[in-house]
Every structure is written in C-alpha cells, then in structure tokens.
Design a protein around this ligand. Structure first.
Ligand code: CAA
Length: 380
C-alpha cells in the first residue's frame, strides 16, 4: 500500500502543526488544569476547515480525504488531545454520519454549519447500562404523528453541553432489539433536553463530557436519520471511521511523548554525560520510535482503505487497538526517561499519560476492538 503523501497532505500537516504550536499550545496546560473548554481554539480550527475535513465543499466542508484528516488529527493531538477529541467527534462521527446517511434537508440545515465549524456536534450512543454492550439501549423514542417523544439518559457524551446538535440513538421498537434502534438529530434547547453532571476526568480535561437527559423531548420525524431501525447499524458504521480518528489522536500523544523524550534526554546529564548517550535510554527511544511508526502505518492503512471505498472496519479496529496501546506505553516510557520530573506538572509528559489512557476506552474499548477484529478474522 502506497502511503506517499501528496502536496495537499504535506500542506495540511504544516498548517495543523503550525496552528497547534502557535495557538493551541499557549493555553493547553491551563485549560487542562482548570477544565476550560477551548472555545476560541475550536472556532479557529473551524475557520481553517478542520471541523468538517471530509465533507464535500458543497456542504461546507474542506472536501479532503481521510488521510488528510488523520494527519491533522495527529498534529493537533500532539499538542492537545482535548482539542483532538472535540475535532474528532465533530468530523468523524457527526459530520461523517450526516454526510453519508442524512437527507438533503438535514445536510442543508445541520451538516453545513457543522462542517463550517459554526456549530458543534455530539454523538450519543452510550448509556448508564449500554457502554460496550451498545445494543442494550434504554432511551426510547415513541412516534406521535409528525414527531417522536424522546425519553432517556445518555452518558459520557463528548462535547455534551457545548454541542448545538446531537446525534442520538434510541429504541423505537424494543421488541426488535438492535433492529429496533433509530438515530435522531436533537437540537440544543429543545424543551425537555437538559444536562446531567459534568464528568471530572483523569485526562482530556479541557474537553466537555456530560450525561444528557431527555424528558418528553419532541423530535420531528424529519430529524430521523435513515429508516426506523437503522440506528444501530448507523452507529456501528459511523464508529468504524471514528476509530481511525481516535487512532490518530493516540498517535499524536505517542509522538509528543517521543518528542519530549528526545529533547529531554539530550539536555539532561547523568554520570557526566547527556542521558541520551546511555544505552538504557537509547533502547527506549528506539522502541518508542519503531512502535509509533508501526501504529502510524496501521492508521494510514485504515484511512486509505476508507478513501478507496473498501471495507476498513477490521483495519480501523486494529489501528485503534495498537495506536492506543502505544500511546499509553510511550507516555509511560517518557515519564520513566524524565524520572521525577516526568511525574510532576513542570513537564508535559504526565499529561500525555493521563490523556493517552482514554484512547483505550472510548469509541470502543480495546476489548471491543479485539471482538471486532476476531469476528472479521473468523468470518474471512
Ligand atoms: N457495520 C454494520 N453493521 C454492524 C456493524 C458494523 N460495523 N457491527 C454490527 N453490526 C450489525 C450486525 O450485523 C447486527 O445486525 P444483524 O442482526 O442484521 O446481523 C447488529 O448490528 C447487531 O450487532 P451484533 O450482533 O454484532 O451485536 P453485539 O451486541 O454482539 O456486539 C459490538 C456489537 C461490536 C460489541 C458493539 O456493541 C460495539 O461496537 N460496542 C462498542 C460501542 C462503542 O464503540 N461505543 C463508543 C461510544 S461513542 C464514543 O465513545 C464517542 C465519544 O464521545 C468519543
């Protein structure tokens, strides 16, 4: 498979890297400490075309391929994984889902401002009793003439309170199990739609994670995505692409861990020499670089398959499984290389570890990725 980057890919990398270094890096530590949402940064990412990267230009997007998106996600997450996840949910779950499965009317009304970065989206599948076991949906939508009445709770929703539009999965016919689940576009401010507690997290602390509460929310039938009963397949097919985005986010955190380790090991002296001269450190750096490159290749492969219109679910799961593991491992090694300095807030590597861990959990835990991969292997 050919991963040669074209001029557009190189330009995207340069633009994303510069924006992350010049703008995002200024506030990321304070935002992490104080749990502040990056409102201005996300607005500027929208102006750069990074909030709807794969959406065609006619619907307000940048009309780029998935590889461009992966490259940008890596660069943004390399500086701030919180900005990374906000960007990821808007791009690969919300915009992708609407672009692929929405009606023309839904695209004009919702996709256009989301892809332009003027509005923000969220994706609501998880519930208190439906995390990995995603078919076990308790949120219910009952049809009443030209609308549905929505009741239930969604948990762990990234961009929860900040999102203008939320894609919500709900049971429309509980007797049909996963085939009775439907997907809806719910707008912020619809009567009966409120928020539960804001989560206080280990990492990605500047992103907004809350539960959503729906009490007799009237959602127009026109806001249903696809047919009744299509919601679970919609969520699964959308998540396949989402997992590529999270793999790229993990890749960014892993690369940041290596960058910090290279810089520190050249400066820090022990036994009368920079610690980079010690084989114990050199071997760690070599292993980190090799594993990060392998994770990058898996992630690029999944993106290229997606762009080619080929099945990519297994590769996306492999990329997320491996890249998230390497992110955690690289961050841990970076802390070890920094010694005591790695354990305190003075250096960024402790944040990298805190941010890395979630990539093994959201958009399908590592255990779920193994289920997806093994099912594909056995089916093959
Ligand atoms: N594409 C199309 N259809 C799919 C599919 C896919 N990738 N995966 C499953 N389906 C279909 C199945 O074919 C099946 O349909 P049929 O009955 O017609 O064959 C139906 O969906 C039910 O699937 P399963 O029988 O496989 O269901 P299951 O309960 O055994 O397992 C699972 C499914 C893979 C474990 C799934 O529940 C899953 O992926 N769980 C993890 C959920 C997840 O990733 N949550 C992330 C939340 S979003 C998030 O984190 C965003 C954020 O804020 C950052």
């Amino acid at each position: 498979m050919n991963f040669e980057l074209n001029e557009t890919h190189k330009m995207i990398r340069e633009t994303a890297r510069q924006f992350a270094t010049d703008i995002i890096s200024k506030s990321c530590d304070e935002r992490d400490e104080k749990e502040i949402f990056p409102t201005d940064e996300i607005k500027q990412l929208g102006e750069l075309g990074f909030m709807g990267m794969m959406v065609p230009e006619q619907y307000g997007g940048a009309g780029l391929d998935s590889l461009s998106y992966v490259i940008a996600m890596e660069e943004i997450s390399r500086v701030d994984a919180s900005c990374g996840v906000i960007m990821s949910v808007n791009n690969s779950l919300v915009c992708y889902g609407l672009n692929k499965y929405g009606t023309e009317e839904q695209k004009q009304k919702y996709l256009l401002p989301l892809a332009q970065g003027k509005k923000l989206g969220a994706f609501a599948l998880s519930e208190p009793e439906a995390g990995s076991d995603a078919t076990n949906q308790h949120t219910i939508a009952v049809k009443d003439d030209d609308h549905y009445v929505l009741n239930g709770i969604k948990n762990w929703i990234t961009n929860g309170t900040t999102a203008d539009y939320v894609l919500v999965m709900a049971q429309t016919d509980p007797s049909k199990g996963s085939k009775g689940i439907s997907a809806f576009i719910v707008e912020k401010g619809m009567p009966g739609f409120t928020y539960g507690k804001k989560e206080r997290k280990l990492g990605i602390r500047s992103s907004d994670t809350v539960s959503l509460l729906f009490e007799n929310v009237k959602v127009p039938v026109a806001n249903r995505i696809g047919d009744e009963g299509f919601g679970f397949k919609f969520a699964m097919m959308t998540l396949e692409g989402g997992r590529i985005g999270i793999a790229a986010q993990a890749l960014g955190i892993a690369q940041a861990s290596l960058d910090a380790s290279l810089e520190y090991s050249k400066q820090r002296k022990a036994f009368d020499q920079p610690i980079a001269h010690l084989q114990a450190i050199q071997f760690k750096l070599a292993d980190m670089a090799t594993e990060i490159e392998a994770a990058r290749m898996l992630t690029y492969q999944a993106a290229v398959l997606k762009d080619a219109g080929q099945p990519f679910g297994k590769q996306a799961a492999m990329a997320k499984l491996f890249a998230s593991k390497i992110a955690v491992k690289s961050a841990l090694e970076a802390i070890q290389i920094h010694g005591g300095y790695g354990y305190v807030r003075e250096y960024k590597v402790e944040r990298y570890l805190r941010d890395a861990k979630i990539t093994e959990i959201y958009e399908g835990t590592s255990e779920i990725q193994r289920i997806v991969i093994s099912r594909a292997l056995l089916k093959d």
